[in-house]
Ligand binder design. Structure first.
Ligand SMILES: *Cc1c(COP(=O)(O)O)cnc(C)c1O
Length: 282
């Protein structure tokens, strides 16, 4: 079914908001120093496909969804719309457990937290016909604030990956990363993602959640470097353009600070799309 166009007024509003945020992203990147600009993912969850189409027509290629069923429905609509060809369309799931049905043009999943989920994705992707032409990018979600209601694996401390002061299973992140690198050819370990606490994003500077995500990255890379089975892959992760293993951090409230602290991927929803409607049970 074709995607209805947004009204001219709505399209203008979206483009205006997007340009405003994109400018702030550029300015924050310049303040940080030389280097690649972070990817700006527009979080379109609970907003209609007509909004996505208006942004797409403006050149936006990274949209984030949160709910697998909604993502699937929107991907289907996009693939049927004449101007939203399957090939160039990129959707990325920024949150939610993991998809259970294949979406051929999915760019990344940012919420992986277990070997089990990795295996599920790997087997889904390996049975795809036609197969994907590239591996699916994976960000491992880290619960940097330790809040109970937040998903994600515990953060690692930069001091030492064998730090005994941390929780009972301090190497879960390492285990999941090694599993992806050695057992999941259809997945590509791309980075780490955090949401962070509301308090951290409003009161503390620099944001301690973002610092914890950076420390986790450092500790993970150092743990991987020490393992014979993945040593070669670590070199790849470190040599990829601009920092290798990415940091996905920063949302509407705190993306500027996240960029200043080293984010390579910001996920901005309400500042571009406006307030979201309440989520209805279907
Ligand atoms: C909804 C959502 C966002 C966007 O949040 P805003 O505050 O509206 O910018 C970013 N990341 C994830 C994981 C989300 O679920």
């Amino acid at each position: 079914m074709p995607v209805e166009p947004a009204t001219a007024e709505r399209a203008e509003e979206l483009v205006h908001n997007y340009e405003d945020i994109a400018n702030q992203v550029s300015q924050a990147t310049q303040r940080r120093g030389p280097g690649t600009q972070p990817r700006l993912v527009v979080v379109t969850k609970l907003k209609p496909s007509s909004d996505i189409k208006a942004l797409y027509d403006h050149g936006v290629r990274h949209c984030g969804e949160n709910y697998p069923q909604e993502l699937e429905a929107k991907a289907k609509e996009a693939s049927h719309a004449p101007r939203l060809g399957k090939r160039s369309w990129t959707l990325r799931l920024t949150c939610g457990p993991f998809l259970w049905r294949p979406i051929p043009n999915l760019f990344a999943i940012e919420t992986l937290t277990s070997v089990k989920a990795a295996n599920h994705l790997e087997s889904t992707l390996s049975s795809l016909s036609p197969p994907r032409s590239t591996p699916l990018n994976i960000f491992i979600q880290i619960n940097t604030s330790g809040e109970e209601q937040k998903a994600g694996l515990p953060a690692l401390s930069a001091a030492s990956d064998s730090d005994s002061s941390s929780s009972s299973s301090p190497n879960e992140v390492v285990d999941v990363a090694v599993h992806i690198l050695t057992q999941c050819p259809h997945l590509r370990l791309r980075g780490l993602m955090t949401i962070g606490s509301f308090d951290s994003s409003t009161s503390a500077h620099p944001n301690p959640d973002f610092e914890r995500l950076k420390e986790t990255r450092t500790a993970l890379l150092s743990a991987l470097r020490g393992r014979d089975d993945v040593k070669d892959r670590v070199a790849e992760l470190e040599h990829e353009a601009e920092g290798g293993l990415e940091l996905s951090m920063g949302m509407s409230n705190d993306f500027v600070e996240a960029i200043e602290q080293g984010s390579t991927n910001v996920r901005v929803g309400s500042s571009i799309m406006g307030a979201r409607p309440p989520r209805h049970a279907t």
